[in-house]
Design a protein around this ligand. Structure first.
Ligand SMILES: *[C@@H]1O[C@H](CO)[C@@H](O)[C@H](O)[C@H]1NC(C)=O
Ligand SMILES: *[C@@H]1O[C@H](CO)[C@@H](O)[C@H](O)[C@H]1NC(C)=O
Ligand SMILES: *[C@@H]1O[C@H](CO)[C@@H](O)[C@H](O)[C@H]1NC(C)=O
Ligand SMILES: *[C@@H]1O[C@H](CO)[C@@H](O)[C@H](O)[C@H]1NC(C)=O
Length: 690
């Protein structure tokens, strides 16, 4: 039975949602909503939204996924270009306007690697570095790792955090270090930290169900094309030399390779030396590390070689544009990357197939007479796996237009990894997300809406924030200040970046009936329809004010009152007042359905204030030491000591090691910068000069 026939009629849906809402209202801690009920939208809008929801089709999604995952399609290779052609042809077959934007960027590929274990008794064992029966996929490697060899004592370094080196308490200079993934550190941070401790090469493994799987990944610091930092990597454009310090500092100083858990265990079993520090034992997942007793260094020696090449490659972003009928110069962007380390069934083509099905359904609406009020752009990014390169170059190229015209960016990377819905967003989009999940069927429980299962499993609404730098929303939000959303099903999946991330795995484990794909596509496509069609943008900045207040309180606790947060408190007050005011105005305008010139203009003026406010959080100087990251509320940590996921500039200043006076002065300065950012956003909401 096709999924779409499961959609009950509109009335049924309504009755069902009412009764369920009453049922759950008593048991769930519910979040306060500031939305007044919307005026009933014109029937046609309703009609189109229902048509969008009722025409979902899991077979077409499955067929797209099957096609996209027939071959591995690593960025910069011919099969990857084929997927670009596939996506573009699909858009074209629907009658959508499409184009490609190509960039010439520095990518990185492996040529050769070897690893052998030299035991105390003189035995030499070569260790397998690739996955069984998979000579079609790229051999496991770390993109941008320097080439190099090392022969040294093996040592187990736990997660490779500073605290792990202290717990170990022995000299590791010249050793070949073995690290497991799982801390919040990026691969770059882990390898760079090992190099700082004198380790001469790093092996990394991931614990999980697939002991022979090997997790590929990039070890580049930051994001975007390393030879065109801050500007678009055009074919004919400025490129830095490979030995330019600005390029070199993006890569770790020592080579690294990913290995399977099986290989890691065989190394660990051979170690003598230091007893596994007590602090590490609690970290071991059952089974995985239970055998770890001694962690070296030695007596086992490891002979490590990696040879790779960094070379310029052309990458292809594909776009479909549905031009807005009334405000063609306002843009709602939906994006997903297309390139994969291997077959990419989960990462990222579950998202791609959802995007392609949204395109099909939008085209269907267009045939029924629909045209969005604002322009919708569907984006298929390349080279995300190397460091969000396709999206970053494009954002850099289009920065001014994005800044003045982009309403929101909606990202989906791994749409379906397993059960459970996850959403992240900038807070002004919270209410919209919540409303939309009330319209989408839960893929895993008959008769429930997504909202119900999602809030039940979190004991309320749980929307994460976007300080992470792990998918294509990062350049949009953290560089361009575009309100953003990121959606997925499943918290993690055991075949991540391995050769086992295939269509078969998806059929068996990830999403056997492709209902989770349907649910993601539903939320994604419906949020976009609201953003593109609602006459008044469905943004609510009161959620932002609430979040900012929460952050201030956490910060206050962290600082133990030693430094005044008064500048931030009063900026938040100002912001809250502006948010209340504009929400009142928005409520009025949502009721006003006049189409006269003045009403249209008033809505447009209000929408501009709502759209632009997020840009206030950007600061031209960016975060200290990482100037490219301009957003002062959400962005990556600079220091691994930093434990909070907001106000990255302040948080880094708190965790810095320096003399107390200097440290306090830096913290104060960062506090003022955040306060000014919040004031800028408030002033954009008010929309008036001082
Ligand atoms: C779903 O798509 C498949 C093939 O892509 C098609 O055969 C089927 O009729 C569609 N189902 C509905 C209900 O549209
Ligand atoms: C981008 O690359 C594709 C594939 O090589 C090519 O067909 C197309 O002409 C290029 N587009 C532009 C604008 O250069
Ligand atoms: C390490 O491996 C390399 C490449 O296989 C080999 O040339 C070299 O002799 C080995 N070194 C030792 C000490 O075995
Ligand atoms: C689509 O959903 C229907 C109904 O649950 C199911 O019978 C069918 O197998 C699914 N199709 C695919 C390709 O998973």
């Amino acid at each position: 039975m096709p999924f779409s026939t499961k959609q009950p009629t509109c009335t049924l849906l309504f009755i069902l949602s009412l009764s369920l809402a009453t049922l759950f209202a008593t048991t769930l801690r519910r979040r306060h909503h500031h939305f007044l009920p919307h005026p009933t939208p014109p029937t046609s809008t309703h009609h189109y939204r229902n048509a969008f929801l009722s025409t979902a089709n899991n077979s077409t999604i499955a067929a797209h996924l099957r096609h996209l995952t027939l071959h591995p399609h690593l960025a910069g290779t011919p099969p990857s270009l084929s997927t670009a052609v596939y996506v573009q042809s699909h858009f074209q077959s629907l009658g959508l306007t499409t184009h490609l934007t190509n960039f010439s960027t520095l990518l990185s590929y492996p040529k050769h690697s070897s690893l052998s274990l030299h035991l105390k008794n003189g035995t030499v064992l070569p260790l397998p570095l690739s996955e069984p029966q998979n000579d079609v996929v790229v051999m496991p490697y770390h993109a941008y790792s320097p080439s190099g060899s090392a022969y040294g004592k093996a040592v187990f370094l736990n997660y490779g955090r500073d605290q792990d080196y202290y717990a170990l308490g022995v000299e590791v200079k010249g050793c070949v270090g073995l690290v497991r993934r799982g801390s919040e550190m990026s691969r770059y941070e882990v390898v760079a930290n090992a190099a700082a401790h004198g380790v001469s090469a790093v092996l990394m493994y991931t614990e999980g169900d697939y002991k022979q799987g090997v997790e590929r990944g990039t070890v580049m610091k930051g994001l975007g094309d390393p030879v065109s930092p801050g500007w678009a990597g055009l074919e004919v454009g400025e490129k830095l030399d490979l030995d330019d310090p600005r390029v070199m500092e993006k890569f770790p100083g020592v080579p690294s390779l990913p290995v399977s858990e099986e290989v890691a265990e065989s190394i660990i079993m051979s170690l003598e030396g230091v007893r596994a520090p007590y602090a590490w034992r609690g970290d071991f997942k059952s089974g995985g590390g239970s055998g770890i007793k001694r962690v070296g260094p030695g007596p086992t020696m490891l002979n490590f070689t990696y040879e790779g090449e960094r070379k310029m490659a052309t990458i292809h972003n594909v776009f479909a544009v549905i031009k807005g009928s009334e405000e063609p110069d306002r843009f709602v962007l939906l994006g997903n990357h297309r390139d994969a380390w291997t077959y990419g069934a989960v990462d990222p083509n579950s998202g791609t197939s959802a995007l392609l099905d949204i395109a099909r359904r939008y085209a269907l609406l267009m045939r029924m007479g629909w045209n969005p009020r604002r322009t919708i752009v569907l984006c298929s990014w390349d080279a995300e796996e190397f460091g969000m390169i396709g999206s970053t170059e494009w954002v850099e190229q289009n920065l001014l237009n994005l800044g003045s015209k982009a309403v929101a960016y909606l990202n989906v990377d791994c749409a379906a990894q397993g059960p459970g819905f996850f959403a992240s967003a900038t807070p002004q989009l919270d209410d919209l997300l919540v409303e939309v999940t009330k319209k989408i069927r839960d893929p895993d429980s008959e008769n429930l809406y997504l909202y119900e299962s999602w809030t039940a499993s979190n004991k309320g609404v749980n929307i994460e924030r976007l300080s992470r730098v792990d998918s294509d929303f990062a350049p949009f939000l953290q560089h361009a200040g575009v309100p953003s959303v990121d959606l997925y099903f499943g918290s993690e999946f055991p075949v991540y970046h391995t050769a086992f991330d295939s269509y078969d795995w998806m059929k068996k484990f990830g999403d056997p009936l492709f209902h989770r794909h349907i649910a993601v596509a539903g939320v994604w496509g419906l949020v976009a329809l609201h953003l593109a069609d609602d006459p008044v943008l469905p943004f609510n900045y009161l959620s932002y004010a609430t979040e900012l207040l929460k952050y201030k309180d956490v910060l206050n606790t962290l600082l133990e009152g030693a430094i005044s947060l008064h500048p931030i408190s009063s900026a938040i007050q100002e912001f809250t007042a502006a948010a209340i005011e504009i929400e009142e105005e928005a409520k009025k305008l949502r009721l006003d359905q006049n189409l006269d010139e003045f009403s249209v203009l008033r809505r447009r003026m209000l929408n501009d204030r709502l759209m632009i406010a997020e840009r206030g959080f950007l600061d031209s100087e960016g975060l200290p030491g990482r100037q490219w990251f301009k957003h002062l509320i959400y962005g990556p940590r600079g220091s691994t000591e930093n434990k909070i996921s907001f106000f990255p500039g302040i948080a880094d200043a708190i965790s810095q090691v320096s003399n107390e006076e200097e440290r306090k002065a830096t913290i104060r300065h960062e506090i003022w910068r955040v306060a000014r950012a919040i004031q800028r956003a408030a002033s954009a909401l008010r929309g008036e000069f001082t």
